[in-house]
Design a protein around this ligand. Structure first.
Ligand code: ZN
Length: 174
């Protein structure tokens, strides 16, 4: 199961891939310099704190070794405060990184897809809150954060597509 967080940057309707094709590695932006070691070798990358593996790991002691992200989301919907908290923490962490991207790119729309995105507002409300706290207010005002429609078909869980112009659909076809 993939556990990464990636961003597809869509600029003027076209995917932006960067000089070597690695643009959008938002999962490896450092959120906590003293955090866990990441598979990239750095510490405290966003995906070590907010990837699906991190969300599930945070719940193992209280909700059992075998809990999956889909179960955590279902339990959160049923009112489990622990599962809600785990998703909210992920949303806050993602929002902090996305706030930086908003300051840099001033996108119109952020589409959150993947299995983590399926949490809907349980993830997106804390994400919006943290985005608003971390981004300059004009950039925060310009952007809307919406749930994607890829769901479990997403190859990159928790994919975040930044749409700078029209072209959200294009992001989903790629
Ligand atoms: Zn990393």
């Amino acid at each position: 199961m993939a556990t990464g967080i990636g961003a597809g940057l869509i600029i003027r309707g076209r995917p932006y891939v960067g000089a070597g094709g690695t643009a959008g590695e938002i999962g490896h932006t450092v959120v906590d310099p003293g955090g866990p070691i990441c598979r990239c070798g750095n510490r405290g990358c966003l995906e070590t704190l907010a990837g699906s593996a991190a969300v599930v790991a945070a719940l193992r002691d209280t909700h059992g070794e075998r809990i999956t992200l889909a179960e955590a989301i279902a339990r959160a919907r049923d009112g489990s405060s622990g599962c809600r908290r785990a998703l909210a923490d992920a949303g806050h962490a993602i929002g902090a990184s996305v706030a930086t991207l908003c300051n840099l790119f001033n996108p119109r729309r952020i589409v959150v897809g993947g299995e983590l995105g399926a949490a809907g507002d349980l993830l997106l409300e804390p994400l919006r809150e943290s985005l608003r706290r971390g981004a300059i207010s004009s950039a925060a005002d310009d952007v809307e954060v919406v749930q994607g429609t890829l769901g479990e078909r997403a190859e990159v869980l928790g994919a975040v597509a930044l749409v700078l112009r029209r072209g959200a659909q294009l992001a989903y076809r790629t």
